[in-house]
Design a protein. Structure first.
Length: 204
């Protein structure tokens, strides 16, 4: 859905750097809003018989909180993509190009990926422990509507973005390890999906 919004806005603005960044910014904000709205629908369908919880304000709270969260996501997306457009436009896929431009060599691309992974791991390791202790959008909405009372189980691996057996004296280390683990998991998933997509390309 986000990519569809991106393509429509990009074409409407005539492509180029402006259309690419604007399309991605709008798509980033709308996907956050869509996720919040769909959560409300799925949760309501899951607990439609429950008499314990008041769902009347859930949608309003989720959309209100995530409209601000989505704004932050959109700004970050625009800044990162704007930088890439200026520095390495060859890394971006152009759906309207008749012929794909010559991409970077495997060696250059490997260096970019390695540098990005190291940067992401450093952020996860050193900045994750400094994250705000305030509840996120979902947690705040859950507390205000009372749906937090429906929580009955705890995750086996992560608890509040931390490793349970490292919490306490090693709280900062626990959060850093959780951040590193999440970053590695996303990277491995991206690599696997990329290889699957490449195998399905004609002639590959």
């Amino acid at each position: 859905g986000g990519y569809a919004v991106y393509v429509v806005i990009r074409r409407w603005l005539g492509g180029g750097a402006r259309g690419t960044v604007a399309g991605a910014v709008v798509a980033a904000w709308l996907t956050v809003m869509a996720t919040a709205a769909l959560f409300c629908l799925e949760f309501q369908l899951s607990w439609w018989r429950s008499q314990e919880t008041e769902f009347r304000n859930l949608f309003t709270l989720m959309v209100s909180f995530h409209s601000l969260i989505g704004l932050g996501e959109a700004i970050i997306t625009g800044c990162v993509l704007g930088f890439v457009v200026k520095q390495r436009p060859d890394l971006l896929y152009d759906p309207e190009a008749s012929e794909a431009p010559a991409g970077p060599s495997n060696r250059r691309l490997g260096s970019v990926v390695a540098a990005g992974l190291v940067l992401a791991l450093a952020i996860a390791a050193f900045l994750a422990p400094l994250a705000s202790a305030h509840p996120d959008g979902l947690e705040a909405a859950a507390v205000r509507t009372g749906i937090d009372r429906l929580e009955a189980t705890r995750p086996l691996v992560l608890e509040d973005y931390a490793i349970p057996f490292l919490q306490g004296r090693w709280q900062a280390l626990s959060v850093a390890v959780a951040g590193i683990g999440g970053t590695v998991a996303v990277f491995v998933t991206a690599v696997v999906l990329g290889r699957i997509a490449k195998r399905r390309e004609p002639g590959s």
